[in-house]
Design a protein around this ligand. Structure first.
Ligand code: CP
Ligand code: NVA
Length: 300
């Protein structure tokens, strides 16, 4: 494993290795056991979109590993004035030991990896959010003690989160049922990937997808960059909500997860959100541990 660009590039074994290391690093951090695997190393963090969790968890994680992280806002980099990503990649490779980038186009992340000579980590694109889903899998495994054989249900927009959840959950042996309105399906490359798995289902009805689910996910109706479509999307996604009715057909001990930020009474009711707040904030915490594992795997 040289980069983390998208979950399709990882084997099941590589995902499991990351989750195991993440569990170990979490234990070490909680017990004050030093784990300076990246002493003297520097991570550059390029942000072309806003972030709370990704920025703070990468920056803190790098510090806990004995390294240093630089926050690089694209609006203050020459990349924001049109310097090609190919040149940025080659320059930054001379200074840094790794780059985390959050941007719009997946191609930009793939180009950084192609032209640079250091590990590239995808911190969210319009296409996928692999770091989030590694933390999600870690959290589900913590609560359920396994992944293989569980049923995951995703309700809402076929966006970056849906794309990464489908790939990640199928790779670790989970059943996947996704409910999206027509016109808002997951990416065609992801649907092609999922075709090979008989335990994948894409439907329009949220309750059909939620039936017998062990863990339910949702995400915002309008992602970053889609703010101008928000009103249109509110109409399209009406009913695509995790609420009591949807929960009534899931397994009794089903988990509810959300990558955050959440819009209460849109994709999830405040009641369901608060009833599952422990899981949701454990999930947010696990961004730190899962990403530390990714950085150790790629940069040490
Ligand atoms: N879930 C997530 O990636 O959060 P941020 O946008 O705050 O980084
Ligand atoms: N789908 C959301 C996820 C945010 C973490 C977005 O792209 O804005």
């Amino acid at each position: 494993m040289k980069h983390l660009l998208k979950l399709q590039d990882l084997t099941t074994e590589e995902i499991t290795d990351i989750l195991n290391l993440a569990d170990q690093l979490k234990y070490e951090q909680k017990h004050g056991i030093p784990h300076n695997h990246l002493k003297g190393k520097t991570l550059g963090m390029i942000f072309e979109k806003a972030s709370t969790r990704t920025r703070v968890s990468f920056e803190t994680g790098m510090y806990q590993l004995g390294g240093y992280a630089l926050f690089l806002s694209s609006s203050e980099l020459q990349i924001g004035r049109g310097e090609p990503v190919q040149d940025t990649a080659r320059v930054l490779s001379r200074y840094l030991d790794g780059i985390m980038i959050r941007t719009f186009a997946q191609k930009e992340v793939e180009d950084l990896a192609e032209y640079g000579s250091i590990p590239i980590i995808n911190g969210l694109t319009d296409y996928c959010h692999p770091c989030q889903v590694l933390a999600d899998l870690m959290t589900v495994r913590e609560y359920k003690n396994k992944l293989d054989g569980l049923k995951m249900c995703y309700i809402g927009d076929g966006n970056n989160m849906a794309n990464s959840l489908i790939v990640g959950c199928l790779k670790v042996g989970m059943s996947v049922s996704v409910a999206c309105p027509e016109g808002y399906y997951p990416d065609s490359t992801v649907l092609d990937f999922a075709k090979a798995y008989p335990n994948f289902k894409l439907v329009n009805d949220p309750k059909t997808a939620a039936e017998g689910a062990d863990v339910l996910f949702t995400d915002v109706w309008a992602s970053m960059g889609q703010e101008s479509e928000a009103e249109k999307r509110k109409i399209a996604f009406n009913g695509y909500q995790i609420n009591d009715e949807v929960m009534s057909v899931a397994n009794q001990d089903a988990m509810v997860m959300h990558c955050l930020p959440a819009h209460r009474e849109e994709e999830i009711t405040a009641k369901v959100f608060e009833a599952h707040a422990n899981e949701i904030f454990d999930e947010a915490e696990n961004r730190l541990h899962a990403q530390k594992a990714v950085m150790v795997k790629l940069m040490s």
